[in-house]
Design a protein around this ligand. Structure first.
Ligand code: AQP
Length: 345
């Protein structure tokens, strides 16, 4: 077992996580989520990874063909990064109706006030909340259903999802309390490593995000070597050189971001990286970072392109994963219906 899944629990440990096919994958998704999903699949614990296509339509309605392509591309990104569909269950959310069914129950458990406090809701709805979709508001209840439909006990995510996981815990606690059961586990977020919050290359105070209007703000998993090098060369930095210890990165968000990215890509601690590069100027460090990023990402983007040439094979993998996902989540939904008193459950 990895460190992240050692918390004692009455429930059998099971890892669940997902990513929205709301655009191309970024380096943030890779380092904050996918790379860690892959690490956890050899932890001896069942791992379930989802392409959360129902979530993807909460903020934007895509052209149907675009959503289909993004869904397959994300599945290809998972596999190309090392996720093995024989070891992990890999599927897209909309094929398994238990997610939406359990989300409805959780819409009735969660309180409006809880949802209104979600920073992602406030950020994504912006000033015009009246015009945001009801789905965007209810997003965290669907996310809770994604996890709890499998009695997921551990959820590897980036820092930005911490609040949603606290809400998942609140929903489980309230359900268990209201019905006097110990049915849903109290999920543990697993937020570990040097890159739990990869920041924009243009603004060290903003998260790197697939939906940022500026392409220069992020490294896409499909960027070629020249594009990666150009984006890193242009990444915002400060005039100082690199420090030799972590304390020297305080109040230097852009410098810290580039060092964190280097550490995560190279499976090193930030301390070790600074021991090697402390004293260097960015003009020297940036080419080192570009070379490392290209070395690590090029094989993944090449493999993604190869997989995308055979969409039928991706669909077959997702369909097989959906069958396995249903086999776990349908009995949990049935029992949920029984607990709340639905006739015929
Ligand atoms: N910048 C990031 N650093 C570390 N982890 C990140 N994640 C996303 N961005 C970063 C992690 O990736 C997983 C999937 O995220 P998601 O696609 O479901 O939604 P998101 O967090 O809203 O990601 P994006 O890229 O910002 O998408 P859009 O632009 O559509 O909102 C999560 O584990 C997340 O923590």
């Amino acid at each position: 077992m990895t460190e992240g899944v050692q918390t004692p629990s009455a429930f059998t440990p099971r890892v669940f996580s997902g990513i929205q096919p709301s655009g191309g994958l970024t380096l943030g998704n890779y380092l904050g989520a996918i790379k860690r999903f892959v690490d956890m699949q050899d932890s001896g614990v069942e791992t379930i990874y989802c392409v959360v296509d129902l979530h993807a339509i909460t903020a934007t309605l895509f052209e149907p063909e675009t959503l289909r392509r993004q869904t397959r591309e994300l599945a290809a990104g998972y596999i190309a990064s090392g996720l093995d569909p024989a070891k992990s269950i890999l599927f897209n959310q909309s094929q398994v109706s238990t997610h939406a069914q359990l989300a409805w129950i959780f819409n009735c458990i969660a309180r409006m006030g809880w949802m209104q406090r979600m920073t992602q809701w406030k950020d994504k709805a912006g000033k015009n909340q009246q015009n945001a979709s009801l789905g965007l508001f209810a997003y965290p209840a669907l996310m809770a259903a994604d996890i709890l439909a499998y009695h997921g006990t551990h959820v590897p995510v980036g820092e930005d999802q911490k609040q949603h996981l606290e809400l998942t815990r609140d929903i489980a606690i309230k359900f268990n309390h209201d019905y006097g059961v110990d049915f849903f586990p109290i999920t543990e977020p697993v937020i570990e490593g040097a890159a739990t919050r990869v920041m924009s290359l243009r603004d060290g105070s903003k998260k790197m995000s697939k939906s940022d209007p500026s392409d220069a703000s992020r490294i896409n998993m499909t960027d070629d070597a020249d594009t990666i090098a150009k984006k890193i060369r242009k990444a915002k930095t400060d005039p100082e050189g690199l420090p030799s210890d972590v304390k020297g990165l305080e109040d230097r968000p852009e410098a810290r971001n580039l060092v964190n990215i280097y550490a995560a890509l190279n499976d090193q601690s930030v301390e070790d990286v600074l021991r090697d590069v402390g004293g260097k100027q960015f003009s020297e460090f940036k080419p080192m970072l570009s070379d490392l990023a290209v070395e690590k990402l090029s094989p993944i983007s090449g493999e993604m392109a190869r997989l995308m040439a055979d969409p039928a094979e991706i669909d077959r993998i997702l369909s097989d994963g959906a069958d396995r996902a249903r086999a776990i989540s349908e009995p949990i939904l049935k029992r949920t219906y029984e607990i709340i008193g639905m006739v015929g459950a």
